[in-house]
Design a protein around this ligand. Structure first.
Ligand code: ADP
Length: 460
């Protein structure tokens, strides 16, 4: 369960329990007080009856007082039980639903109270000093008004409880949304920051102090990471630069040496291998260099209008130099009749690098099997489709393959660094293009690269 929901349930539950407790205490105190008063009225009544029985000559006066002064209670009844001084052979009225303990409690304590099935019972014991028997007066009555009062109180408290819980739930939801809304925004933003947009910062929200403290802390941390990352990029960039020249020299020298060898010379194979591997190394270094530069580069130098199929030819040549066994098959089925539709505004070197990264992946992850390439154009877009029949990408990992340094779980037997695709995407984004991947494990991968055609860009 998410912390936000957990907090709402916990807080509302806790408040509901407290409210329930308060309501129960209020109900029992109020109802107890009411019952106590009713017992007192009943005892007054019993007391007058007892006096009337003990002083028979004034009995009428007592009853007159009772009728005129004392409150008349609903269903009021009196039972008089004579109890001999030895307390033997006592018979208690069988019609009353009272246990014997009630009578003995009244006899020994002078009074007893019971509440049975909505009826109040009071037992009042009086000694008759002059007479032979003492008397026990049992009075019973219903507290009709009290019952109605309790019913009203119950309804009021239930309504108060439900409205209280509702109000508290709404308040908790409101405040937790405010609190966690900011947190969710922070989480989303932090999740969207990667090696390519390390200069992004969290937008300051002037909400809760702790939240803005958290934003400050994260922003400061991002600043430190960016600084460290930049110095590392500069380092990689310098090294890549320094490595590129000797590699170009190696390839050039190997080519010259190869041209001097007779056909079928045993060293020719070794020289070709040196050239191939050096080309691969150059490609890796170029990728690293572009990755390091990707943050700083703007459109401008090196940008121009080119035909996409010509760029693909450059890629073909480049890939061919890396391994002669790479078989790139062109599918011209959907090739546009009007070749003017193939022009894109691009940085040739960058676009070549992006497309070659995708194609080289196709070869790598299909163990050098054939990779199919299709060029299409329509609706102001130029589309390049690259298909292989390799190992594919697990569905659950498809959305991660553009994260820098991510490698799918089925690539353990293949070399790689996880920078080719993120860089390709970054480059295509800079060209206002898109890249989409569909793949099935064990069947293959299809990558669609879409770029705006030049006339479409001009038209916008
Ligand atoms: P890597 O150097 O690992 O190939 P990339 O950035 O080029 O790095 O690709 C990222 C991940 O995407 C790869 O590790 C692999 O899991 C997956 N991937 C990319 N292209 C393919 C493909 N054609 N077939 C299968 N998996 C691929």
């Amino acid at each position: 369960m998410r912390l936000q929901h957990w907090l709402i349930v916990l807080f509302t539950g806790l408040m509901a329990l407290i409210l329930l407790g308060i309501n129960l205490v209020m109900y029992s105190m109020s109802s107890g007080y009411r019952q106590h008063n009713f017992f007192l009225s009943l005892e007054n009544s019993s007391s007058v009856v007892a006096s009337a029985v003990l002083q028979q000559e004034k009995a009428e006066d007592y009853y007159a007082v009772k009728n005129s002064i004392l409150q008349h209670l609903a269903d009021e009844e009196e039972y008089i039980i004579r109890i001999n001084k030895e307390r033997s052979q006592i018979t208690f009225p069988p019609s009353l639903p009272l246990e014997e303990s009630f009578y003995w409690e009244a006899i020994s304590n002078g009074r007893a109270r019971r509440y049975e099935n909505g009826v109040h019972y009071v037992g009042l014991f009086r000694e008759d000093i002059d007479g032979t028997d003492d008397i026990l007066v049992i009075s019973s009555a219903r507290d009709v008004e009290g019952d109605a009062y309790r019913k009203r109180l119950k309804t009021t408290l239930v309504i108060a409880f439900l409205s209280g819980v509702l109000l508290m739930t709404l308040t908790t939801v409101f405040f937790s949304k405010r609190l966690f809304g900011s947190m969710v925004k922070i989480i989303k933003k932090v999740n969207s920051i990667n090696a390519f947009n390390l200069n992004d910062r969290l937008e300051k929200e002037h909400s809760l102090d702790e939240i803005s403290d958290l934003q400050d802390t994260l922003n400061e941390m991002l600043q430190r990471i960016e600084t460290a990352f930049k110095s590392q990029q500069a380092y990689v960039s310098n090294i890549s630069h320094s490595l590129r020249t000797p590699l170009t020299v190696i390839v050039g020298e190997a080519e010259i040496a190869l041209s001097h060898l007779e056909q079928g010379h045993p060293a020719a194979y070794s020289l070709r291998m040196v050239m191939q591997e050096t080309e691969k190394l150059k490609h890796i270094i170029n990728t690293l260099l572009e990755l390091a530069k990707s943050e700083r580069q703007e459109q401008g130098q090196g940008w121009g209008v080119h035909r996409l199929d010509e760029i693909v030819e450059v890629v073909q040549e480049m890939v061919g130099k890396m391994d002669k066994s790479y078989k790139l098959r062109m599918d011209y089925n959907k090739f546009p009749e009007n070749e003017a539709m193939l022009y894109v505004y691009c940085n040739e070197a960058l676009l070549t690098l992006a497309i070659s990264n995708i194609i080289l992946n196709g070869f790598k992850y299909s163990d050098n099997q054939q990779v199919m390439l299709k060029i299409m154009a329509d609706g102001g877009k130029v589309k390049l489709q690259i298909m292989d029949s390799g190992i594919g990408i697990p569905a659950a990992e498809l959305d991660k393959i553009f994260d820098p340094y991510f490698r799918a779980s089925n690539t353990a037997n293949y070399e790689g660094f996880g920078i080719g695709l993120p860089l390709a995407m970054k480059i295509l984004e800079r060209h206002k293009g898109t890249i989409q991947v569909s793949s099935r494990v064990g069947k293959g991968t299809t990558i669609d690269v879409v770029l705006p055609a030049v006339h479409a860009v001009q038209g916008t």
